[in-house]
Design a protein around this ligand. Structure first.
Ligand code: 6PG
Length: 242
């Protein structure tokens, strides 16, 4: 199979939307998410969303925070977290508190992944309990990002736990990863937990990330983003803007 055919075969399973600019992407993604959370509140009385950290989603979060849905009925959590104190500038929780859990969205039921334990393994046990009891499952919406190395969530190419994280038949919802490339341990949802979401998005921006995605899909079937998209039974909504 040629590399073009390889990309086409994987992309055909999903929905790929390219936008002229990031503002247009953020407006469209905000509207979809708001519709899906609102529908879940109508259907089930509550909704849940897991979001990624990093820098890409900040403007999306600002837009979401200003939407006038009943955020008190929405559980918000992270797809993954760096095992650092929540006041660290590396903390995804801190970023969410600054960019997302403000304005109307301040009323959301936020459950972070970082706890007071020294050991991330204890943090995983703690978070798994909260996920099982305090966060509506499966998620109504999950938003993934992607790094320049082709990782998504905290499923890094060099993480020793990568096969476990991406095992579609695995039964852990959350696990820790300790990729040698990263300065700190990570805590992350597993592939089965993410893939169970009713709506799954991949939100990426920049020509460099589109290149990573396309190269990864065509030439590297070991890359986490390739493994994620090729095994996902449900269509991932891939949102990209330059
Ligand atoms: C994290 C993430 C991670 C992120 C990508 C993209 O904590 O690092 O949740 O998976 O989505 O690394 O990050 P940027 O948006 O900063 O490029």
């Amino acid at each position: 199979m040629s590399s073009l055919q390889a990309i086409e075969q994987i992309i055909a399973q999903h929905t790929q939307l390219h936008f002229d600019n990031r503002a247009a992407l953020e407006a469209a993604l905000t509207q979809s998410i708001v519709e899906q959370l609102s529908q879940a509140i109508i259907d089930d009385g509550k909704a849940s969303i897991a979001v990624s950290g990093g820098s890409t989603p900040k403007a999306l979060f600002a837009a979401l925070s200003q939407t006038d849905i009943d955020w008190s009925k929405v559980d918000v959590t992270l797809v993954d977290e760096r095992w650092v104190e929540t006041d660290s500038d590396q903390s995804n929780e801190r970023m969410l508190r600054e960019c997302f859990l403000i304005n109307h969205a301040a009323a959301a039921n936020f459950i972070g992944m970082k706890s007071a334990h020294d050991d991330v393994a204890d943090g995983v046990i703690d978070y798994n309990k909260q996920l099982a009891t305090q966060i509506k499952q499966p998620f109504d919406v999950v938003i993934l990002g992607m790094g320049g190395d082709g990782h998504t969530a905290s499923w890094f190419p060099d993480a020793p736990e990568i096969d476990c994280a991406l095992d579609a038949t695995g039964n852990s919802s959350t696990l820790s990863t300790l990729p040698p490339s990263q300065p700190m341990p990570r805590i992350t949802l597993s592939y089965p937990c993410v893939a169970a979401a009713k709506q799954l998005y991949l939100h990426i921006t920049g020509d460099d990330k589109l290149q990573v995605l396309e190269n990864g899909l065509s030439t590297n079937d070991a890359l986490p983003i390739h493994r994620t998209l090729s095994q996902s039974k449900q269509a991932v909504n891939i949102y990209w803007a330059s």
